[in-house]
Design a protein around this ligand. Structure first.
Ligand code: SF4
Length: 324
């Protein structure tokens, strides 16, 4: 029995590809990946509903390196899809071989995504991953050159499909015929494709090229302000944001919060001098219910210890349009 390992995103196409191979007798397992930009929950839900075993692998470090400097460039936002796909395939490819899997498959459909699923991109990703000829794309296979598993008879090419283009009709009809009802929407699931987040991330990398995945976690939270000197202040929007900022803050970050009345936490990413701390403190007041004109004490936690600054919320006003 052929042992197939497929990249499962949780979207319909990868599930159909898995089911197509299963229906011709292959033993199918899925694999999905995690990073600060995407998680495994969509894939887990979909795999579970299909009764598919799912492997989950964290690729934070190599993926972050690609996000910072993608050899094949970005898609529409900060998504380095070609390099990301090649990385995922390379990681999955390590599980091929004796005692492991015979071949890989994906749910890619020729022509469905202009940047990452045209003929040239599919070929480039295959070459970059070092797995040329070993990746079956069951949904479009008959429009592509035969792969090794098809040539050796491990996979019956005649029972694979010839779908291409952006339409979803054939996929939806198959889903209905096969009773596949749990799957994620085609877009979504990767923060790098979200324009508002991409702008923040681009800004972070502009001013802090040394930033690591820990700073990505921080900029996923709250309001993001970039000051003229390049400092970044994040202000919680609600209690959950504030708690997240406190739990994610590193010793070098500066935190500002009013000690008494409820209000937001403000965090200076990577720390900053007295003037920046003052702005953070003023933001912690401005976004609370405290009167902006009254001087109030704000507690500052910094690498040097704790201090109290007396500030007015209105001191934040010159910086409010620096929101990203
Ligand atoms: S959308 Fe995100 S997870 Fe998907 S290939 Fe592109 S970068 Fe990778």
């Amino acid at each position: 029995m052929a042992r197939a390992l497929g990249l499962i995103s949780g979207g319909l196409d990868s599930l159909l590809a898995a089911e197509l191979l299963r229906r011709q007798g292959a033993r199918v397992t899925g694999i999905t990946f995690t990073s600060p930009f995407f998680g495994a929950s969509r894939a887990r839900r979909a795999a579970e509903s299909l009764g598919l075993d799912l492997l989950v692998e964290d690729i934070t470090d190599p993926h972050w390196a690609l996000v910072k400097d993608p050899p094949r460039g970005y898609g529409k936002n900060m998504n380095p899809c070609l390099d990301c796909h090649a990385l995922m395939l390379r990681k999955a490819g390590r599980r091929l071989g004796p005692g492991g899997f015979d071949f890989l498959f994906t749910g890619e459909v020729l022509g469905q995504r202009p940047f990452s699923q045209n003929r040239q991109s599919l070929w480039l990703v295959e070459r970059d991953s070092g797995l040329a000829g070993r990746i079956v794309r069951p949904l479009s296979a008959r429009r592509l050159d035969p792969t090794e598993p098809e040539k050796t008879g491990l996979v019956d090419r005649e029972r694979l499909l010839d779908i291409s283009g952006r339409g979803r009709k054939r996929q939806l009809a198959l889903a209905e015929a096969w009773g596949i009802t749990v799957f994620a929407a085609p877009a979504g699931g990767c923060l790098l494709t979200v324009p508002s987040f991409a702008v923040r991330l681009r800004d972070l990398l502009d001013v802090r090229p040394e930033a690591g995945p820990d700073e990505v976690e921080l900029i996923k939270t709250g309001r993001y302000f970039r000051l003229p000197g390049g400092e970044i202040i994040i202000v919680g929007r609600h209690q959950a944001d504030n708690e997240r900022l406190w739990s994610l803050a590193r010793p070098r970050d500066v935190l500002a919060e009013q000690p008494g009345p409820p209000g937001p936490t403000a965090l200076v990413l990577g720390g900053g001098g007295e003037s920046v701390r003052r702005v953070a403190a003023a933001m912690a007041v401005h976004f609370s219910r405290t009167d902006d004109r009254q001087p109030v004490p704000v507690l500052i936690r910094s690498p040097e210890g704790e201090q109290t600054l007396l500030v007015r919320g209105e001191e934040a006003e010159p910086y409010l349009d620096r929101l990203i």
